[in-house]
Design a protein around this ligand. Sequence first.
Ligand SMILES: *Cc1c(COP(=O)(O)O)cnc(C)c1O
Length: 231
Amino acid sequence: MTSEALKKEGEIARNFDDIKSRIEKVAVKWERSAADVDLIAVSKRQPVALIQAALTLGHRHFGENRVQEAQEKWPALKEQYSDIELHLIGPLQTNKAKDAVLLFDIIQTVDRPKLARVLAKEMAAAGREIPVYVQVNTGKEPQKAGVFPEDTDGFIKECRDDLGLNVIGLMCIPPVEEQPAPHFALLAKIAARNGLSRLSMGMSADFETAVQFGATSVRVGTALFGTRSDP
Ligand SMILES: *Cc1c(COP(=O)(O)O)cnc(C)c1O
């Protein structure tokens, strides 16, 4: 290994320690257990060498936002490590649903009836029932994916009762220019009234606030791996 790669690996190890201790600290403060907060390392647009470094450290839960990029990076890694849990955290087109079902272990971005129907069909065809999250557009931003808050109860019901999807939680990405706390609180409220225990919320800039408001998964990229290359 080059000294440059070693240096980078050391940095990543320190970043993981730092993020985990910050999760621990905020969990204690809000009388939660840090063990109930899953750190998902977001490895989109990061080189495989850095993912390898995280795997070497023992980390196994990762998030990617594009099916095609994930297909290029993850099959080989999954062959090497049998206990990887790969989350799809980006928008999913229906024509990529089949590939997503075959590669990912959790799909966090179910956000419309057509996608839910195609996923149910592809899961049945593959004999692979993958847990899903419903993505909620808490800020009702026109350019952002996700169900509007007022439509979420009905959509969850449709996914569960009509399509038999295993909905385990809700996911959101608050508007960048707003305080995230009200969005996290809203997501928690919608989850509670639908009997959902899992909340995927919080990224590098706001994961501590997310833990305060009940996140069970935080999705952290740059704070672990550094700045990403351009898309
Ligand atoms: C990229 C991304 C993240 C990670 O963002 P960072 O700011 O790098 O931590 C989290 N969630 C989603 C949905 C993303 O696309």
